[in-house]
Design a protein around this ligand. Structure first.
Ligand SMILES: Cc1cc2nc3c(=O)[nH]c(=O)nc-3n(C[C@H](O)[C@H](O)[C@H](O)COP(=O)(O)O)c2cc1C
Length: 144
């Protein structure tokens, strides 16, 4: 059983979480990065605007052969109640017919308003959602 964890992290919480999971699952870890430099102010303005519209971000080139994996975990932070735009870019890379597990991190850890819409966008691409978890992060540097 080969596991891929593909993720985006802006302030490091999601990165820390998946680093632990990598060890536990003996997984391959792929981090995606946005093109250009995302400032904090930019994240809260343009970034949140995009996340709420479920738009992708432009990513730095990344090559992943999804066919190598039996299990795919996608992880990203919540921005303004929706996954950060880079999450949508990851979803757009995943082949139709795949099954994914979703890990979202947020400071509230609560089910987000946009969850239904987010799931529908994924399912409309022919991707099956095995599970979706929203993991609470205490503060910037601290996963509970
Ligand atoms: C631009 C921005 C918007 C955020 N919006 C929310 C939100 O709507 N709800 C929430 O609970 N946390 C929100 N957070 C907190 C992050 O989701 C949380 O700190 C997450 O763990 C960050 O992951 P990262 O460190 O991997 O980027 C936001 C953080 C940022 C930077």
């Amino acid at each position: 059983m080969k596991t891929l964890i593909i993720y985006y992290s802006f302030t490091g919480n999601t990165r820390r979480l998946v680093s632990r999971l990598k060890e536990e699952n003996n997984a391959d870890l792929v981090e995606v990065f946005e093109e250009g430099n995302r400032s904090k102010a930019g994240a809260f303005t343009g970034g949140v605007m995009k996340s709420r519209k479920m738009k992708p971000a432009k990513l730095q080139p990344v090559k992943v052969d999804f066919s190598l994996y039996d299990r795919i975990i996608v992880a990203a932070p919540i921005w303004g109640g929706y996954p950060a735009p880079a999450f949508n870019s990851i979803i757009d890379m995943i082949p139709e017919g795949s099954k994914i597990e979703i890990l979202l991190t947020s400071s509230s850890g609560k089910v987000q308003k946009g969850e239904g819409e987010v799931k529908a966008r994924i399912v409309s691409k022919g991707i099956e959602i095995v599970s979706l978890q929203n993991i609470k992060t205490k503060k910037k540097d601290n996963i509970e």
